[in-house]
Design a binder for this molecule. Sequence first.
Ligand SMILES: [Zn+2]
Length: 341
Amino acid sequence: MFIVDTSDTYFLDKIYEDMDKLCVRYDSILSKKVIGKSVEGRDIVALKISGEREEILRCAQNDKKPLILFVGGIHAREDFSVMLCMKMIEQYCYYYNEGKILDCFDVMNIINNADMYFVPAANPDGLNIVHNGIKASSNYDKLRDMKIWGEDNTYWKANANGVDLNKNFDDGNWDIRACVPGTGVPCSERFKGYEANSEPETKALVNFCNKNSFSLMVSYHCSGNCTFWADSGTHHMFNGLDEKIMDELNERFIYRKTKVSADPKIYGCGFENWFRKRMRRPAFCVELSPFVEGGKQHPDYMFEELVWQHGKSTGLFFAEKAIEVYNEVKGDAKKYAALTE
Ligand SMILES: [Zn+2]
């Protein structure tokens, strides 16, 4: 029986429990690392899928593999993104062990040739607020006075300091990043923080990327069934590689390719913007599920129908793209840079 159950709301306690269970069941290819702590002291966990057999072979040849990072749950209420990451981890490990093909992707071959890292719940305190209410937060005294944009706690996007993490990253645009009226102070969404990279959750992702040379990054959000794949400040650096990957994704999946984000006052300071600017590698924001006006989320029980059946092999797709690029330059970092800059 599978460990990850996404038939309805996937609570944080269960998520942490399942991370450990998955590492036990798939101990030959799956491992866990705590990369930081949230405002309320919760673990921010990264899980790594790495094919051991090929790795032993490759180590002997002193060869390396591309690393790919997948992130879910930066925005608290978009919990489909957390469910997708957790379910992808389990299913990819399962398909690897079984030697099976998933949506035309050779899972074993991909996992043997790329290390896939997942941070499924990048904002655990926010997720706790969405599922259990503000009273469940150890920061309740601060949070109870903050404005909630929306009907109730299920609209919460920020962390437990009322900072919207996807507007907090130091991509060079933080000073000019605009605040919608009313969101210049801590609240449920859109507040960019009192300074760039101020939040522990932001720092955890920044440090993790600085320590690992990821070839590309995918950040899952909701909603719109589309991708934000480039911004005007960095698009020129990738020599068309970002667009090539997006065109192919567009062909094979439901996610519509949007225009290059033009105005850093509006797009700046997201994790994907930071990654492109600072890591100088492609990064993609994938918006799961059909668009809903006003930020209301679909009910959790609809995950299978609205997200999983469309997005389940996106992780394999991006890993395959990273492998293709990596093989083209034979893992040479300088050649990779030449290809993307
Ligand atoms: Zn989002």
